[in-house]
Design a protein around this ligand. Structure first.
Ligand SMILES: [Zn+2]
Length: 400
């Protein structure tokens, strides 16, 4: 049953956003209100505070040569993170990535390029692909999410490396709950923690809850997803900072800057106009996005459009049309490729997608000239993220 849900009067977010959102007396959401801080705070002073006060107070406890661990993905935004960490903050990072198992050619090219451009030591962790498929199967059945195992692994691996090597600082790019729904003010400086990971990244679940007699998962299968113990974090004084508390984070502007300065790759992908966001993962805007739309009633393009509305780059009225246009785009090829990878009949995926929700609208809304011009203003310098290529597991062309 489709029933209208209250939404913010300024952006497109519904009041039942999973991160939690409130509407004020003007009908404006907490995410839009906190976004106003991007223009009202003294960001130069905030960056100076990070450089001169916050970071020196943490890295004094480091053991060895590395000042910090920096997680990256194969998207232009990661270039900005390293540009700040190396060139502005003058830190020596150990750069790490958790393998998403569905790499695109553009994502692999970006990882290669950023290692070369920033001349950094780099560690990629790849979970056993056979175990990873079991985790994806279980996550699909439990949460209708294929991304839960990746989020658990990606939020664990950098902290694991920090604990193993005695590096007290992990630098993350963006605190998504603050960006999307204004869970915090930037001046509160929320940090990465076990609790934040549990509530926002893992949807209130812990990896060990997946190991049950009916799940076919063994305790060893979740080792790559389990967060280090509190005692270990305390022993090394490990803290996780978000750059978005100290810089007025604008993924689009930063991505375009990185495309211009370093040749970071940007590419078309299905179901969105955004050629920078999540272009490293071939399932993100296909299977993941269909599942998200089915679960939450809106797709990733709404997140991107809310950001664009808040920065004043598109009107709410145009954004509504653009969201409907992309929400109706089918991705049969992407679904077939994922079903082949998982050993799932495509009809099985359809059942999973629609068992709780009706199918999305089938006729795409046409865009007018102004809306098309907005869509076309996103740059492209690489082949599309989906096509004939199977998922890439490792950078030298190996796929499984
Ligand atoms: Zn809003």
């Amino acid at each position: 049953m489709n029933r209208p849900r209250p939404t913010c009067s300024r952006c497109l977010y519904p009041v039942d956003h999973p991160f939690g959102l409130t509407l004020d007396h003007e009908g404006v959401c907490s995410g839009c209100r906190v976004h106003e801080e991007k223009t009202s705070l003294d960001w130069a002073a905030r960056a100076a505070r990070l450089r001169e006060v916050v970071i020196p107070s943490i890295i004094g406890r480091r053991r060895g040569d590395y000042d910090c661990v920096v997680p990256v993905r194969g998207s232009p935004e990661s270039f900005k993170v390293l540009d700040i960490v190396k060139n502005e903050l003058g830190l020596n990072p150990l750069v790490v990535a958790y393998n998403c198992q569905f790499h695109t050619p553009a994502g692999i090219a970006n990882i290669d390029l950023l290692r070369e451009v920033f001349d950094v030591d780099f560690r990629l962790h790849t979970s056993n692909p056979v175990i990873y498929k079991k985790l994806v199967r279980e996550s699909l059945a439990r949460f209708r999410s294929l991304r839960w195992p990746f989020l658990a692994g990606e939020t664990q691996f950098p902290v694991r490396v920090a604990a193993d090597k005695g590096i007290p600082l992990v630098i993350w790019p963006v605190h998504q709950p603050t960006e999307q729904t204004g869970t915090h003010s930037y001046v509160e400086e929320p940090e990465m923690s076990r609790r934040s990971r549990h509530c926002y990244d893992l949807l209130g679940w812990e990896p060990d809850e997946l190991v049950t007699t009916s799940s076919l998962l063994q305790p060893n299968d979740i080792e790559d997803l389990e967060y280090p113990a509190d005692a270990e974090l305390l022993e090394h004084g490990i803290r996780g900072l978000y750059l978005s508390n100290y810089y007025p984070w604008d993924t689009r502007r930063y991505s375009e800057e990185m495309v211009n300065r370093f040749g970071a790759r940007c590419a078309r992908q299905p179901r969105t106009f955004d050629t920078y966001d999540r272009i490293d993962d071939a399932t993100y805007m296909t299977v993941h996005d269909l599942l998200k739309q089915s679960r939450l009633g809106y797709s990733r393009v709404v997140d991107q459009l809310c950001r664009e509305i808040r920065f004043g780059r598109v009107s709410r009225a145009d954004a509504e049309i653009i969201a409907a246009h992309y929400a109706a785009q089918p991705v049969e090829e992407g679904v077939a490729e994922f079903a082949r990878w998982l050993g799932l009949a495509p009809e099985g995926f359809d059942w999973l997608l629609h068992k709780l929700s009706p199918p999305p609208p089938v006729s795409p809304t046409p865009l007018n000239a102004a809306q098309q011009a907005f869509v076309d203003s996103y740059r492209v310098n690489h082949e599309p993220v989906t096509g004939a290529e199977p998922y890439i597991l490792f950078g030298k062309g190996l796929s499984l």
